[in-house]
Design a protein around this ligand. Structure first.
Ligand SMILES: NC(=O)c1ccc[n+]([C@@H]2O[C@H](COP(=O)([O-])OP(=O)(O)OC[C@H]3O[C@@H](n4cnc5c(N)ncnc54)[C@H](O)[C@@H]3O)[C@@H](O)[C@H]2O)c1
Length: 360
């Protein structure tokens, strides 16, 4: 029996609904397999905690999380708390504090789910987007002066370091090398941004020599959006900066049917700290409390969590169960279906148990 301790931080909006669903299927999986024990500890950090305490998490929050094997995270964002407070107060504190510099976002069209792209089917779009997760446009460097005056200045400084760029590009080459097509696309904006982005291009060229079996090319981020829509088959592994990959992966989520299926893993590849697993989407104010949040992204990020923990068989079993629920047409309204969060959760649980998958 292998045991793992997981910190669950559901946080805001639909976060608690999807994390609850995720824990349910993980517990079914552990029980069904019998070789795996997952111990969840719940943390009530987030916007409600902020309204009570003036902070999104306690000062010793990182210290308390450090002992866990992984973090399972919902979403942050509340209508009555500024977005930069919720994001920087919790999610980015954890990503940066634990140096989770590789943000890994698998994207593919799952069985039973239609892409909005005409003639694009499962198998035509199968990518992994690697987002630099520790610096770049979201480094937090910058400031505001002369607040409220006509001459006010606001600056966000994009910080690209050689260490930061080398490690993410090497990570992406390694990931591309591990996939059947061994294909990497490096995305920048080095025509307009002639310092940090040109350094990215130079570093990619240098690191490519360590991976002679990987075919790679470069794209400008604006042209990349066109290629993602018109030639999805031509892409496999993609690496980009914090901001560019953030935007591209929302597009990728939409191209595979819904943001509600798109997962992400915030990885510390050196394993000095726990890594964090979450859906890409936010707190989705418009559907909170309605019981219709799509839990697939949260299930798929659990697959990433199990793989990261070395539980590859369990990860494959969960992924197959997710695919079976889709094949059976048990889909939430964002995917054109009528199922609730609970019905999708039950369908995936049934598939894990090897039962028929039917709409409950
Ligand atoms: N990682 C995060 O925690 C994160 C990410 C993005 C946005 N946010 C925050 O979330 C709040 C809302 O932001 P937003 O509306 O721009 O983005 P969002 O991702 O919350 O929602 C965008 C749209 O996608 C839909 N959607 C998202 N997840 C879904 C799911 N699982 N099932 C079905 N539909 C789903 C929503 O209903 C909405 O129409 C803001 O406060 C924002 O700052 C947080």
């Amino acid at each position: 029996m292998r045991e793992y301790s997981i910190a669950a931080i559901p946080a805001d909006g639909i976060g608690p609904e999807v994390i609850d669903a995720g824990i349910t299927v993980l517990e079914v999986l552990a029980e069904q397999r019998g070789d795996l024990k997952l111990e969840f500890s719940h943390f009530d950090w987030g916007s409600d905690y902020y309204k009570r305490n003036g902070v999104m998490m306690p000062a010793d929050g990182l210290e308390r999380l450090r002992k866990f094997d992984a973090i399972y995270f919902g979403a942050v964002g509340a209508v009555d708390v500024p977005d930069h407070v919720t994001l920087w107060g919790l999610r980015l504190q954890i990503c940066q504090g634990f140096d989770q510099y590789a943000n890994v976002r698998p994207t593919k069209i799952l069985p039973g789910i239609a892409s909005p792209l005409r003639d694009v089917r499962a198998g035509d779009l199968d990518w992994v987007i690697v987002r630099e997760n520790s610096e770049g446009e979201y480094s937090g460097a910058g400031g505001r002066v002369h607040r409220g005056l006509p001459e006010e200045v606001g600056m966000d400084v994009s910080v690209f370091t050689r260490v930061g760029v080398e490690r993410i590009i090497r990570y992406a080459f390694r990931l591309a090398q591990s996939r059947p097509r061994k294909l990497l696309t490096v995305v920048t904006k080095s025509n307009a941004q002639r310092h940090g982005m040109v350094m990215w291009d130079e570093i990619a060229e240098k690191i490519s020599h360590e991976f002679p079996d990987v075919t790679w090319d470069k794209m400008l981020v604006d042209a990349m959006t066109v290629r993602m829509v018109l030639k999805p088959q031509s892409l496999d592994t993609i690496v980009a900066t914090n901001l560019h990959a953030d935007v591209l992966s929302d597009l990728a989520g939409a191209l595979t049917g819904s943001l509600g299926v798109a997962p992400t893993a915030n990885i510390d590849p050196e394993r000095r700290f726990p890594s964090m697993f979450e859906p890409i989407h936010g707190s989705a104010f418009d559907i909170t409390g309605k019981g219709i949040a799509n839990p697939i992204a949260t299930f798929w990020t659990a697959v990433q969590m199990l793989s990261h923990l070395g539980e590859h068989e369990a990860a494959d079993q969960l992924m197959r169960a997710i695919e079976r629920a889709g094949e059976a047409g048990i889909l939430t309204p964002d995917l054109g279906g009528k199922a609730t969060t609970r019905q999708v959760t039950e369908a995936v649980s049934d598939a894990i148990r090897g039962r028929n998958v039917l709409m409950g």
